[in-house]
Design a binder for this molecule. Sequence first.
Ligand SMILES: *[C@@H]1O[C@H](CO)[C@@H](O)[C@H](O)[C@H]1NC(C)=O
Ligand SMILES: *[C@@H]1O[C@H](CO)[C@@H](O)[C@H](O)[C@H]1NC(C)=O
Ligand SMILES: [Ca+2]
Length: 337
Amino acid sequence: MAKLMLLTLLGLGLALFRDHRASYQARLNAFREVKPVELPNCNLVKGIESGSEDLEILPSGLAFISSGLKYPGIKSFEPDKPGKILLMDLNEEDPTVLELKITGSKFDHSSFNPHGISTFTDEDNTVYLLVVNHPDFKSTVELFKFQEEEKSLLHLKTIRHELLPNLNDIVAVGPEHFYATNDHYFVDHYLRSWELYLGLAWSYVVYYSPTEVQVMADGFDFANGINISPDGKYVYIAELLAHKIHVYEKHANWTLTPLKSLDFNTLVDNISVDPVTGDLWVGCHPNGMRIFFYDPENPPASEVIRIQNILTEEPKVTRVYAENVLTQGAPVHLLEN
Ligand SMILES: *[C@@H]1O[C@H](CO)[C@@H](O)[C@H](O)[C@H]1NC(C)=O
Ligand SMILES: *[C@@H]1O[C@H](CO)[C@@H](O)[C@H](O)[C@H]1NC(C)=O
Ligand SMILES: [Ca+2]
């Protein structure tokens, strides 16, 4: 009898495990094959050897690029070098990148580990750059003032908050005001892995201002890229492991209410919004297995999709670009101009 019980329990455990493994593989889209979509005028930008995490383009055509991210579980190409912010002028015939000098006495260069970035331009045309930073794998937001003449960033302050423990991406709505995604709930490395593996979907989105900090949306299976519509009325959130883009209505009191969600067959990461048409350009990982379990023999693929008329009944989704063997991530924003 005891043996039968044991066997039943074992069987049950195994069935649960197999079931869970299947859902884990589905969340990672582990069996997705990538059919390449080529682009006619695609050029490799030199000087970004260690990967680029995010990019922001000012109306003037100047672009900021964050580079050199070290993120637990993801392959880093320059693990010993600090990250940097690069500047690129897209008006140039053959644009090259330049590393922005960072000034300000309180800033620690050696631990700079930039992730998501966002800009905010004030009424007096001051450009602020807000950067998610992971010094020693913690999360902070660094606030900089862009000094175009000097080609430098003046460090103004470091923002830390208990509701900002696992930052991924950020969208600025003021010089010190932003929405940010926390891609995990737990900070502890071990608990984070379990959270991800079990698919707890405890990741969340926070609104931050100097006077108010609040969770505005939660229940995400890895909230990733975040952005806002040109009119500032809608916030878009990419849910990486549910393969969804969510549209939220943003209210005057900064709360968000869900409006609609779109499903994809790919792991959605960075969202860029065209300031004129409002189209979404989304950098994606078609197969999560290949990004979370890096294998040089089978490196991660990448893909860019464009979503037009997202608020209508039938948004138009186009796979603009797909590559089976790109070193890391999707150069979504470079396509914009
Ligand atoms: C924020 O504004 C929305 C829309 O006007 C309203 O429904 C909601 O109750 C407000 N929430 C708070 C906390 O004031
Ligand atoms: C953008 O994409 C890269 C590579 O896919 C990814 O590692 C990074 O987290 C993304 N950046 C943001 C801000 O979402
Ligand atoms: Ca991201």
